[in-house]
Design a protein around this ligand. Structure first.
Ligand SMILES: O=P(O)(O)OC[C@@H](O)[C@@H](O)c1c[nH]c2ccccc12
Length: 271
């Protein structure tokens, strides 16, 4: 765990002591606009979301399914850049202390400059970073790729990760571990993946850091099933799809809140 207790660590500590699971929501920063992103994060917070993952718009999001790819594309076309995303987060931080994790590929970090990327992200109020195409071995070997200590380095584990790799990732984990419940790219699925409980148990042999599970969760029933097997549930594409459909609506943020509320309730065991 990071030596610094940031918003993310504090939220997971609170959840642990109250015996609750985390609800983690993903949206693409700047889709449909950066102003709308501020309102939607506030709406997610009102809906009871514990952690918000903000996708940094990038032209080649290779781990993302079509729904998230199109969201990144809309954000880029609407003019979102990494500096503007940071500016949006600074504005958001005047109104909310919800834990925020940036989801990004290596390329936008490289373009911006590794060191200033991390220090500027912390200064804006970011709590964690997940670099989707950064293998753990590379992260360990290249000190400049590691976030500053204030920023949790969130890592992914996949169903195909061999035990040695799971151990390596888990022993170096910060914030939370993101277990991707199935192979392929992001996107809603009809069935919950198999083997989640077993893999979460393997990961937990090596770490106390919470394990959140995502990929393909799109309704309250699936969210409740996944919540019973992990410390938290991640939902992305289902929310992004609503934003795609209702992006022009004046009450977009309210619609997001109404959509997410039952998902949160399912994870918190209220339904
Ligand atoms: O969209 P889904 O299937 O609900 O999965 C979450 C996902 O969108 C989000 O966590 C995410 C966005 N981009 C990613 C890239 C890799 C892994 C995960 C992600």
């Amino acid at each position: 765990m990071s030596a610094f207790s940031n918003r993310l660590d504090r939220r997971f500590a609170e959840l642990r002591s109250s015996g609750k699971r985390a609800f983690v929501a993903y949206i693409a920063a700047g889709d449909p606009t950066l102003e709308a992103t501020v309102e939607m994060v506030l709406a997610l917070e009102r809906a009871g979301v514990d952690v918000v993952e903000l996708g940094v718009p990038f032209s080649d999001p290779l781990a993302d399914g079509v729904v998230n790819q199109m969201a990144a594309d809309r954000a880029l076309k609407a003019g979102a850049t990494f500096p503007k995303v940071l500016e949006m987060i600074r504005v958001l931080r005047t109104r909310s202390q919800i834990p925020l994790v940036l989801f990004t590929y290596l390329n936008p970090i490289y373009t911006y400059g590794y060191e200033c990327f991390h220090t500027d992200a912390v200064a804006a109020g970011v709590d964690g970073v997940l670099v989707l195409d950064l293998p753990p071995e590379e992260a360990l070997q290249n000190a400049e790729l590691r976030p500053t200590p204030e920023l949790a380095h969130i890592q992914l584990i996949a169903p195909t990760s061999p035990p040695e790799r799971i151990e390596l990732i888990a022993r170096n984990a910060e914030g939370f571990i993101y277990y991707v419940s199935r192979l392929g790219v992001t996107g809603a699925q009809v069935e919950v993946a198999t083997g989640i409980a077993e893999q979460v148990a393997v990961i937990k042999q090596f770490t106390e850091v919470p394990v959140c599970v995502g990929f393909g969760v799109s309704n309250p029933e699936q969210a409740a099933t996944v919540a019973s097997m992990a410390d938290g549930v991640v939902v992305g594409s289902a929310i992004v799809k609503l934003i795609e459909r209702e992006g022009a609506a004046a009450d977009l943020a309210d619609q997001v809140e109404v959509f997410v509320r039952p998902l949160v309730a399912a994870v918190k065991g209220l339904v």
